[in-house]
Design a protein around this ligand. Structure first.
Ligand code: RP5
Length: 369
């Protein structure tokens, strides 16, 4: 037995003892060890088995120590949230970009377990989605259609797994795990089930002209600022997040979206642009994951919803991205460094992600905390 397999075998034992939920994978894993140990003289089979074992070990270790090695250097909050509370924005009317009103869902009927025999939500899929752009799924008009999709799985290049839990698919159609929204169909969202996004929370400390950190007079804590953009669709301030493209790594989406939505707004002389891009790349190597899960987005429906991974990239000394002022970019959107406090009113669940970031950075939030 090679050194690699000994290490993997040891790891397998620990993992079996600690992580019952990976039992199935562990069994597959164990079968591979038997192949390795059976003194098989087929070098090809043995090499494939070693490769698979190593790959699986890497995945398991990534999960166990996800905070340390997941996509580079992104660390997690141990008490990381995976769902927001009862969704409210996902029940609001009219539906964005339309005059369609949702069926009203009272708070006590949001949960699918609350009985509502006559629940018959309004049906709406935006014409732009029905037109069948590359980023959208095809319509499901019969249970047979839904067989085209691998719900709760990685489906080719599309991630149809939820960050929260396995979702149900009554009649072959995914059901929003956070409850009723008063609308069937996909609205403006392209994918049936989870639509994955990524939110880069770029922060710096608020400083005076001499570079000294500014403390909030009520809490006595330093004021944190984050890059906030005004969304073109709603005119609401938000984190500059965006959709994860098919097959794209979340770390790539985070940097790309920040570049597209906020970097265009950074007022930098052309000759400094290259070095700034380098500084941003360096900042984006060390993120802190503050949230992973459901987003209370006004575009959600009973069959399609937003999920995100929100990561904080902090410029402690204010010497990289933090040294730039943000002004309105070429496109209509606006961008600025927003002071973080409980007074913020942001798009979807973004206030929640910013609050978690403030707590993590021990920054001012409100007079009490
Ligand atoms: C929100 O929608 C996510 O948190 C993310 O900020 C955003 C992604 O959608 P687009 O900005 O691409 O429309 O739910």
């Amino acid at each position: 037995m090679t050194c690699t397999t000994t290490v993997c075998l040891l790891y397998n034992c620990i993992q079996n003892a600690v992580c019952g939920r990976w039992m199935l994978l562990s069994t597959v894993h164990s079968v591979l060890y038997i192949v390795l140990q059976a003194n098989i003289h087929f070098p090809l089979i043995q090499s494939v088995a070693i490769l698979l074992v190593n790959r699986m070990c890497f995945d398991y270790i990534s999960r166990l120590f996800s905070g340390l090695i997941y996509f580079g250097h992104i660390r997690h909050l141990s008490e990381m949230a995976t769902t927001t509370g009862v969704h409210t924005k996902a029940r609001s009317s009219p539906y964005p970009g339309s005059t369609v009103n949702r069926t009203t869902v009272p708070d006590d009927k949001v949960d699918w377990s609350a009985e509502w025999k006559d629940y018959s939500p309004v049906e709406y899929t935006a014409p732009s989605v029905k037109a069948g752009p590359v980023w959208a799924d095809v319509d499901i008009t019969s249970e047979n259609d839904s067989k085209k999709f691998k719900f709760n799985l990685i489906d080719g290049k599309v991630n149809r797994k939820s960050h929260c839990s396995k979702y149900t698919t009554p009649g072959g159609i995914p059901r929003n795990p956070n409850g009723r929204t008063g609308m069937n169909g996909r609205g403006l969202l392209g994918k049936w089930g989870p639509n994955h996004a990524a939110d880069p929370i770029v922060t710096r400390w608020k400083r005076d002209k001499k570079g000294k950190q500014i403390l909030d007079p009520t809490s006595g804590k330093p004021v944190l600022q984050f890059v906030s953009i005004m969304r073109k669709d709603s005119g609401v301030w938000a984190i500059p997040g965006g959709m994860v493209d098919a097959g794209e790594r979340v770390s790539v989406t985070l940097k790309r979206e920040f570049g597209e939505e906020a970097l265009n707004s950074i007022d930098i002389p052309d000759k400094e642009r290259k070095s700034t891009e380098k500084e941003i790349a360096a900042l984006f190597k060390h993120g802190y994951e503050v949230y992973r899960g459901y987003v209370d987005d006004p575009r959600n429906t009973d069959n399609a919803w937003m999920e995100t991974i929100a990561v904080n990239f902090h410029d402690e000394k204010g010497k990289s991205v933090g040294k730039f002022n943000l002004t309105a970019g070429d496109d209509a959107q606006d961008a600025h460094w927003a002071d973080i406090s409980s007074d913020l009113s942001l798009y979807a669940s973004h206030e929640e992600f910013i609050h978690i970031t403030a707590v993590h950075r021990k920054a001012h939030w409100d007079a009490k905390s």
